[in-house]
Design a protein around this ligand. Structure first.
Ligand SMILES: [Fe+2]
Length: 131
């Protein structure tokens, strides 16, 4: 069993943070599975095998969505930014920039994840700063 999702000693992390890290790892795994199925489906010639894998990738979509929803419920700032980007028509990058700016320093990234650190490197907070 690997513990690659931890970048700090697990025994020093609060249980909430370990759970959050597990769900982040799960989200990554679901995204990988979706990508692998996409490739398999692109090359599969057998219609029955294609149908089986097509059904399976739907499960991965569901797993990804559930993992993401769990994580977004724990991080209000992440949720706020996601709401500004997801399911919106138009320019994705523009929506992302606007959502990030709207979120600002409000909403906190640490809600429910344990600890004050929100996982951000703080790069976004340098926007607009004069050097
Ligand atoms: Fe899955």
């Amino acid at each position: 069993m690997g513990f690659d999702q931890y970048h700090e000693p697990p025994e020093e992390l609060p249980a909430e943070t370990r759970t959050f890290a597990r769900l982040c790892a799960s989200l990554t795994e679901e995204a990988e599975a979706i990508g692998w199925y996409e490739q398999r489906l692109a090359v599969e010639q057998d219609p029955e095998a294609h149908a089986v894998m097509s059904d399976a990738v739907g499960e991965e979509y569901k797993h990804f969505a559930m993992d993401l929803e769990f994580l977004l419920r724990k991080k209000p700032k992440w949720r706020q930014i996601a709401e500004g980007v997801l399911f919106q028509d138009g320019d994705i990058v523009e929506h992302g920039e606007a959502a990030e700016a709207a979120a600002g320093d409000e909403g906190g990234g640490s809600g429910g994840g344990g600890g004050a650190y929100d996982g951000s490197l703080g790069i976004g907070s340098l926007k607009g700063a004069t050097l």
